[in-house]
Design a protein around this ligand. Structure first.
Ligand SMILES: Nc1ncnc2c1ncn2[C@@H]1O[C@H](COP(=O)(O)OP(=O)(O)OP(=O)(O)O)[C@@H](O)[C@H]1O
Ligand SMILES: [Mg+2]
Length: 318
C-alpha cells in the first residue's frame, strides 16, 4: 500500500533546467509569470505562473472553462495579457511589437481543435501555404518539404485530397503537418483527440510522442482526455478557475490517481480535487463545490460563493 508520505512530497527529478553539455542552467523555452487576463470584467486567468523546458511535453489539464485555451492563446500572442509577463523563445510577448510577434510565430506551430484547414485547398496545398507565405524557398523544394511533412503524419498518399474527403482523425493529422511546415521549435495542441474514437485518438497520441522524439520539439498539449494525458506527458499542469493548482512530473499525478479511497482521506484538499479529476469520479471535491454553490445567487447572476450548509430554501428567504 502506498502511504500518503510517498504521495505528498513532490518528485525530485533531475533538474530539467540544467543543460547536459556545459552543466549550465538553460532558461525555460516558455515562461509565464503572474499572468492575468479578464474578459468583460471577469477574471479568467488569475496570476498564472508556468515554466516549460526545451524538449519536454507539458500537458495542461483542467475542467471546461478553467482557462486552458485562453492560456494557449496568451502563450502564442494571439490575445494580450492584462498584466504579468510571458516569455517565449526569448521574446517577451507582453508589449512586443507586431514584427517581433510575427518572428516568434514563425518558430511555433499550432494545431487548433478543428485542424483549421482551408477547404478549397488540397492537403498538399494546405501544408505548402505557410512555406509560400513566409519563405522564399523554390517551389520544387517546397513540394519536397510538403511530402516530408505529410509522410511524418502518414498522409503522403492523400496529398491531393480535399479536407471534405478525409476523416476527422486525418484532418487532425493534416493540421499537424501544416503546423510542422516551418519546422517549429515548439508545438501547441488544443484538444488534439477531441471528437475522435479511442483508436484514432491513440494514433494521435503516438504521433505526438514520435514527433517529440524524432524532431526534438517542445510540446504543449491541452487536453482533458486522461488516457492521452498520461500517455504523452513528461510533466502535467492542472488549471482550476484560471489558477495553476499544481505542476508536477507525470509520476506524481499517477500516484495521486492510484491512491485508494482510504489513502485519499489523508490527502490535502487540492490533491483530492486533482484525484477526482484524474479518475473521473462522479463524487468528490469538484462535485461538492458545484452543489455547494448557492442556486438562487447563480440564477440571479450574482457572484458565486460557497455555503457551508447547502439546503433547499425559497428564493424569498434570501
Ligand atoms: N473571447 C472571449 N470573450 C469572453 N469570454 C471568453 C473569451 N474567451 C474565453 N472566455 C471565457 O473564459 C473562460 C475560459 O475559457 P477557455 O476557453 O480558456 O476554457 P477551456 O478551459 O479551454 O474550456 P474547454 O475545456 O471547454 O475548452 C470561459 O469562462 C470562457 O467563457
Ligand atoms: Mg478550450
Amino acid at each position: 500500500m502506498i502511504s500518503n508520505k510517498k504521495i505528498l512530497p513532490r518528485t525530485q527529478a533531475a533538474d530539467p533546467t540544467m543543460a547536459d553539455d556545459a552543466n549550465q542552467p538553460e532558461p525555460p523555452i516558455i515562461s509565464l509569470k503572474d499572468v492575468v487576463k479578464s474578459f468583460d470584467g471577469k477574471r479568467v486567468i488569475d496570476g498564472l505562473t508556468l515554466d516549460i523546458h526545451r524538449g519536454e511535453t507539458m500537458v495542461v489539464m483542467g475542467g471546461s472553462g478553467s482557462g486552458k485555451s485562453t492560456t494557449l492563446r496568451l502563450m502564442i500572442g494571439s490575445i494580450p495579457a492584462d498584466s504579468g509577463s510571458i516569455q517565449i523563445l526569448g521574446t517577451n510577448i507582453c508589449g512586443a511589437c507586431e514584427d517581433d510577434l510575427n518572428k516568434m510565430r514563425l518558430k511555433i506551430g499550432v494545431l487548433f481543435q478543428s485542424g483549421a484547414l482551408f477547404n478549397s485547398m488540397t492537403l498538399a496545398e494546405n501544408v505548402a501555404l505557410p512555406l509560400i507565405e513566409h519563405t522564399d524557398i523554390d517551389r520544387e523544394i517546397i513540394d519536397i518539404q510538403v511530402k516530408i511533412k505529410l509522410e511524418l503524419v502518414g498522409l503522403r498518399e492523400h496529398a491531393d485530397k480535399y479536407p471534405a474527403e478525409i476523416s476527422g482523425g486525418m484532418k487532425k493529422r493534416a493540421g499537424l503537418a501544416r503546423a510542422l511546415a516551418l519546422d517549429p521549435q515548439v508545438l501547441f495542441y488544443d484538444e488534439p483527440s477531441a471528437g475522435l474514437d479511442p483508436v484514432t485518438s491513440a494514433e494521435i497520441d503516438r504521433l505526438i510522442i514520435d514527433l517529440s522524439k524524432k524532431l526534438g520539439v517542445t510540446s504543449i498539449v491541452i487536453t482533458h482526455e486522461m488516457d492521452s494525458a498520461f500517455a504523452i506527458a513528461d510533466r502535467m499542469a492542472m488549471l482550476d478557475k484560471g489558477e495553476m493548482l499544481i505542476v508536477e512530473e507525470r509520476a506524481w499525478f499517477e500516484r495521486v490517481r492510484d491512491t485508494t479511497p482510504a489513502e485519499a482521506a489523508g490527502l490535502s484538499d487540492t490533491e483530492r480535487l486533482i484525484r477526482q479529476f484524474l479518475r473521473g469520479d462522479a463524487e468528490g471535491p469538484i462535485t461538492d463545490r458545484k452543489t455547494a454553490t448557492n442556486y438562487a445567487e447563480d440564477l440571479l447572476g450574482m457572484p458565486m460563493r460557497r455555503v457551508t450548509t447547502p439546503s433547499v430554501m425559497s428564493t424569498r428567504d434570501l
